[in-house]
Write a new protein. Structure first.
Length: 331
């Protein structure tokens, strides 16, 4: 397996807005590796150098999973490509087009209460379905005969410490001292290529949000099925715990998900698709600032701070307007 230094020095290829290091393949191995890569990539569409999962016969979650498969195949246990060879691969990928007739899968579904929902299918199995509705809402559905049943979370945990009071106390009574020993895992979701997790999962409207450094996953809390994923490249040159990949999670309010990046930015994502809505720099990471904490939403403000005190930086707490990311005050 290649070292982190070798990966950092390798050329990068951008797939669907994600930057991947592409280590070098020796000429004798191109005959094996590259045809397999091309076979996978034939299912993708290339436009302006980026791959769009909504123009393929794949869900967003399947698309992300396949990108990870390609990345692992190219980076684990394989020799390196030269920059010219990497450029040849990238040029070839950009010539690929979708298969004839491929389009996002849509569905019009009847619910057990008599209503109908219609939209883009994000995931589907024999038992459940996740739908991005034309009403711009996420619908978490369970199969019930020839119809579907809408589900959600009876009680939310929208911040790192639970409710706004921050007590970390839950009034739920289904789990008690008498039955806690009988709990078993219902599903497991693995975050790929991450440091040991320090995140507290947040749940709102039946969707669970989990993070690692510069990554956020939205999951169906009942099944663990991925709905969307946001990711940006890790920042080079950091020191302290931000450099180690720590991230404590998100805060959810309204139609937004808030989290910090490793290089001391506060960002807002759309709850329905993970799209970046705004990005505010809290401090200059080149002065050894970083960020790992989960933001706190109070009214129309998002409160956050920075890491780096162990490295000699002067810490602070700041509040940002939830709608725009504009800094409102700093202490």
């Amino acid at each position: 397996m290649l070292s982190q230094f070798e990966l950092d020095q390798a050329p990068k290829v951008s797939l669907a807005g994600r930057d991947f290091p592409i280590p070098h393949l020796a000429p004798r191995q191109q005959r094996i590796i590259l045809p397999k890569l091309m076979s996978l990539m034939k299912f993708f569409t290339a436009a302006d150098g980026k791959l769009n999962p909504l123009n393929m016969e794949l869900t967003t979650a399947q698309f992300d999973d396949l990108l990870d498969v390609i990345y692992v195949a190219l980076t684990r246990g394989t020799p390196n490509l030269t920059r010219d060879e990497s450029a040849d691969v990238i040029r070839y990928l950009r010539t690929l087009r979708p298969r004839s007739g491929s389009a996002p899968a849509r569905a019009k579904l009847s619910l057990i209460d008599g209503s109908v929902v219609e939209g883009l299918v994000l995931n589907r199995s024999a038992l459940d379905l996740q739908l991005l509705g034309d009403d711009r809402r996420l619908h978490l559905l369970r199969k019930n005969g020839d119809r579907y049943r809408a589900v959600t979370s009876q009680t939310d945990w929208p911040t790192y410490n639970g409710q706004a009071g921050g007590s970390r106390y839950s009034p739920l009574t289904q789990i008690s001292k008498s039955n806690a020993s009988k709990l078993t895992a219902k599903w497991i979701f693995s975050l790929p290529n991450t440091a040991p997790l320090q995140v507290t999962p947040v749940v709102a409207g039946g969707v669970m949000y989990v993070t690692s450094a510069n990554e956020c996953y939205a999951l169906d809390a009942g099944t663990g099925r991925q709905i969307w994923r946001y990711q940006r490249p890790r920042t080079k040159g950091l020191i302290g715990n931000a450099a180690g990949g720590a991230n404590r999670g998100v805060s959810v309010a309204g139609d937004k998900v808030f989290m910090v990046t490793d290089h001391a930015h506060l960002i807002a994502l759309s709850r329905i698709n993970g799209q970046l809505l705004w990005d505010s720099e809290m401090a200059d990471y080149r002065q050894h600032y970083g960020a790992t904490s989960a933001p706190l939403v109070v009214g129309n403000l998002v409160i956050s701070g920075t890491a780096g005190g162990d490295e000699g930086v002067r810490g602070f707490v700041a509040a940002y307007e939830a709608a725009t990311g504009k800094e409102m005050w700093r202490f």
